[in-house]
Design a protein around this ligand. Sequence first.
Ligand code: NAD
Length: 259
Amino acid sequence: MQTTGQMFSGKKALILGVANERSLAWAIARELHQGGAELAFTFQGDALEKRVRPLAESVQSTIVVPCNVADDAQIENLFSVIREKWGALDYVIHSVAFANREDLEGRFVNTSREGFRTALDISAYSLLAVSRLAEPLMEGRGGSIVTLTYYGAEKVIPNYNVMGVAKAALEASVRYLAYDLGPKKIRVNAISAGPVKTLAAAGIRDFRTMLAAAEEKTPMKETINAEDVGALGAFLCGPGAKRITGTTLYVDSGAHIMA
Ligand code: NAD
């Protein structure tokens, strides 16, 4: 852990996307907790609730709410809980993505209309839906919204397929949201992380090859870990990033500069 002191004392952070202790969202949550922030968590589905509750308890969080981001009613319910319990919000960590397994292998050209819609809805549109409800709670406090993306948004990474298209939409959404929310001093940024072995990553065919290639091709000759993402997530919420918005920051050992 890299955040020290009580940099986030009195701050309230909503964390979407913890599935287990390997989740990138969890790494960011731990950094914010370390800095003194109060945390609220969401989980998707009963199976994950069993994983998320103990993690939330370990950082003294008492707000743990179900939220499938494909369902507007669940997003509204989440924010009504936040409104009631906190009445305000400083940070949102949006660390959610999904595509059907069959769309994360083989030829992109075969992606079905439904598979395309699902990936874009859950992985990109959900950022807008959440930001819209976060905005009034962040008003007058500034605020930071952070999402997670990957280099497959910019260049072709075999098997990443429709998720690359969803991440491109996500990164563009970050820019448009930053423009909309900027006058209220609410910042919106994306972290483009190098590959890390998580539950979501396991859904991508040949992920191990991706990981091995990343190690070999990066200028630093090493892959990253969840803690690296945690540190950048905390930085984007903290005072050092107070004039940084609408951007994608890389934590990938330099992979994105390579031809
Ligand atoms: P993860 O599996 O731990 O997290 C993904 C989360 O998305 C899970 O908590 C899952 O419950 C949630 N989710 C999926 N569909 C949902 C829905 N309909 N409603 C609500 N939540 C839903 O894996 P992770 O690697 O920590 O992924 C987090 C984010 O980081 C994703 O956006 C992913 O694309 C991004 N990312 C991951 C890597 C990597 O290599 N692991 C690299 C770059 C970016």
